[in-house]
Design a binder for this molecule. Sequence first.
Ligand code: BTN
Length: 266
Amino acid sequence: MKEQILSQLAPDYPWGELLHSYSKVDSTNTLAKSLAAEGAPHGTAVIASRQTGGRGRMGRQFYSPEDVGVYLSLLLRPQCAPTQLMHLTCAVAVAACQAIEDCTGVELGIKWINDLIWNGRKIAGILTELSLEPGTGKVAYAVVGIGVNCRQQETDFPPELQTVAGSLAMAAGKDVPPSAVAAAVLNRLWQMDGLLLREKPLLMDRYRSRCITVGQPVSIHRGDDIAFGDALGVDDDGALLVRAAEGSIVSVNSGEASIRGKDGYV
Ligand code: BTN
């Protein structure tokens, strides 16, 4: 897989030598964090053919069977305070959408904050994790993890996912090799990295134009607590602005809540 990805990277992609490829890992995010703790540089990437413990937001699992998806994590070391990276997940979601458009022509919507959606089905998810320097409180590193379902048909998913999960093959109507998607994602993440701290409003405008949650009735899940409202917008820090049932406008932070459609997943 590594050679196939390397051959599809942009000629000036700067981090080709920092790509680590494995046939099986627990979680590429967990491995990238271990490499970061050992001093791995900015631009280090970990990709695996399968994950045995793929992780999603809010402690969820990410189903990661062999050779049918992209399971990829990139280590970044932005020199900034964590408050300057509130939009990181949104910027990665945009880069992933652009990458998928580049290599398949399929346009995905973003369900706030980190799910990429086609036809009401989740095709990809993003998990960003930050580590801070103990002394300064600045960002020591960020790991951005992306999982993309590429080759599955509906019946390939476990029964509980068959109505909510989808793949690029289902969306494009043809086979989509994970290596092509992985290379496109790395190319777009590299471009995103150059814009991340300087072009936040631009990245967030791109996010808002793809976000399918805005304008929808939503349910807000905080632990066992569920509230209802209407999604009005997304601010430049990636918070979802919701008009609550009693009329007040609340800002929902991705660290504390997840959102579903009022009657279903999207
Ligand atoms: C979500 O659905 O909440 C996010 C899913 C993120 C999955 C990717 S796959 C590569 C990386 N490694 C992980 O363990 N998770 C991310």
